[in-house]
Design a binder for this molecule. Structure first.
Ligand code: GTP
Length: 437
């Protein structure tokens, strides 16, 4: 039987700047969406491929950043090996693959997936693999159709009827195609030969042999930086070895570049997971739950919402609520809401289209809508944190969600509308359409 590996390109501290203020407190790949770190969704989908035996995270964050995450996924999926490989500097989307080629090729996998971390997708990896096996190429790109006017923000593909990619243009000036690359690839190991050629061509240097006859490559300056898309895939487009697999109608895909794009990603994953719940997640299928029972914590009068007990606040699915969150019976939550661990939500609070991060407290009669509230923040009574709805892959920047960084405080009765608030800010007067620094 054939076997496969997967590499998730997690980037490093200098990428993901558009994800501020949230990436100031947590690396973007670990930011929770629908109750799970972004890259956990990738892993949960990858392990559904029977032949996957190893998943490598490749990036240039400090090693410790992923320790806890890797321990958790290793416990969940003991039959798969997980490792983090650290680039000594940012090597681009192809440089890390080339640098760690021996690690990737060890054990002689038949194929390997490469997946960008900063996307949300239904990830039909099994169908993708079947398609790759069915053609004679050495690489397959996962592609999707987007609106014509948005296409030039992505890598654009032109393909034949049989799926052979004939042109690949990264972020073209003018319209080329509405079929774009999703940042998900499947390669045969021979791709490293293409990479080697491309790297050497780009460096305009020749292989040399050392005194023992081993091939050595001359490196200079930043020559290890390789852009997978421009340096490897674009030249392959004319060779007939590059194919595209196009996502089907019931699939979804979007990029997560800015902090507010976490909101539509949250909606997509919640709807997706609501259809196929995973054990351990509280995803209620009932719309309204009886609020008159189970207020059995007299001192605070909240309902502890665990999967084993009835929820007795009003819930409009889909939502994700961590089992340690405390939610008052008169609160109304949903749709499209994720509530993290140890969050406290008081009486009469209304939340929709929002992510409420760990340890946040929301006082009575407040509203949170189209917003993300950062870790350990405090929202006063009758406050409002709201923004405009954000669509997947939306380019229009005139409409913004509200994003509060870690440990922000909003005073009673204050309105925050379409603002980006840096961590540790105290908001004592109402603000609209501002970056609060
Ligand atoms: P932008 O629109 O400019 O962001 O371009 P893009 O969509 O092509 O994204 P980009 O190439 O910057 O990143 C795509 C994915 O690769 C993301 O998940 C990044 O975290 C990851 N990535 C980017 N640069 C590096 C790098 O130097 N090393 C590694 N390992 N990953 C990277």
């Amino acid at each position: 039987m054939s076997w496969t590996k997967a590499i998730i390109l997690v980037g490093g501290p200098s990428v993901g700047t558009r994800f501020r203020p949230l990436s100031l407190s947590l690396p973007k790949p670990l930011f929770p969406i629908a109750g799970e770190p972004i890259i956990r969704h990738h892993i949960d989908a990858l392990v559904k491929v029977d032949s996957i035996r190893e998943i490598l995270l490749v990036g240039f964050f400090e090693n410790e950043i992923f320790n806890r995450f890797l321990t958790e996924v290793q416990l969940s999926y003991p039959h798969v090996t997980f490792r983090y490989l650290r680039e000594y500097q940012s090597l681009g989307t192809g440089g890390g693959l080339y640098h760690f080629r021996d690690e990737i090729l060890s054990g002689n996998p038949d194929y390997f997936f490469v997946v960008h971390a900063d996307i949300a997708c239904s990830f039909p990896f099994n169908e993708f693999l079947q398609y790759h096996k069915s053609h004679k190429g050495s690489a397959t790109i996962m592609g999707t159709k987007v609106n014509k006017e948005d296409a030039n923000r992505y890598g654009c593909l032109v393909s034949s009827e049989t799926g052979v990619v004939t042109h690949y243009v990264e972020k073209p000036q003018s319209f080329v195609s509405d079929l774009i690359s999703c940042g998900v690839y499947l390669f045969d190991p021979c791709i490293f030969e293409e990479m080697r050629k491309s790297v050497l061509d780009r460096r305009s240097i020749r292989d040399e042999e050392d005194e023992y006859g081993n091939v050595i490559y001359k490196l200079s300056g930043n020559a290890d930086v390789v852009r997978l898309e421009q340096d490897i895939l674009r030249p392959m487009a004319s060779t007939g070895k590059l194919f595209v697999y196009t996502l089907k109608e019931n699939d979804f895909w979007m990029q997560i570049k800015t902090a507010e794009q976490a909101l539509p990603a949250n909606n997509l994953y919640l709807h997706h997971l609501h259809k196929q719940p995973k054990p351990g997640h509280t995803r209620s299928s009932s719309c309204v739950v009886d609020a008159s029972q189970n207020s059995n914590i007299p001192s605070v009068n909240y309902q502890i919402n665990t999967p084993s007990r009835n929820q007795n606040f009003e819930l409009v699915p889909p939502v994700y609520i961590h089992p340690t969150a405390l939610i008052h019976p008169t609160a109304k939550i949903g749709p499209n809401v994720s509530v993290g661990p140890r969050v406290i939500i008081e009486r009469g609070v209304r939340i929709k289209n929002a992510i409420i991060l760990d340890g946040t407290e929301i006082k009575n009669d407040s509203l949170v809508m189209n917003s993300i509230v950062g870790w350990d923040s405090k929202l006063g009574s009758w406050s409002r944190v709201q923004g405009e709805p954000v669509m997947p892959n939306q380019a229009d920047k005139s409409k913004n969600a509200s994003i509060l960084g870690k440990e922000c405080k909003v005073a009673d009765e204050i309105v925050i509308r379409s603002c980006l608030v840096l961590p540790h800010k105290e908001l004592k007067s109402s603000v609209h359409d501002e970056v609060v620094m």
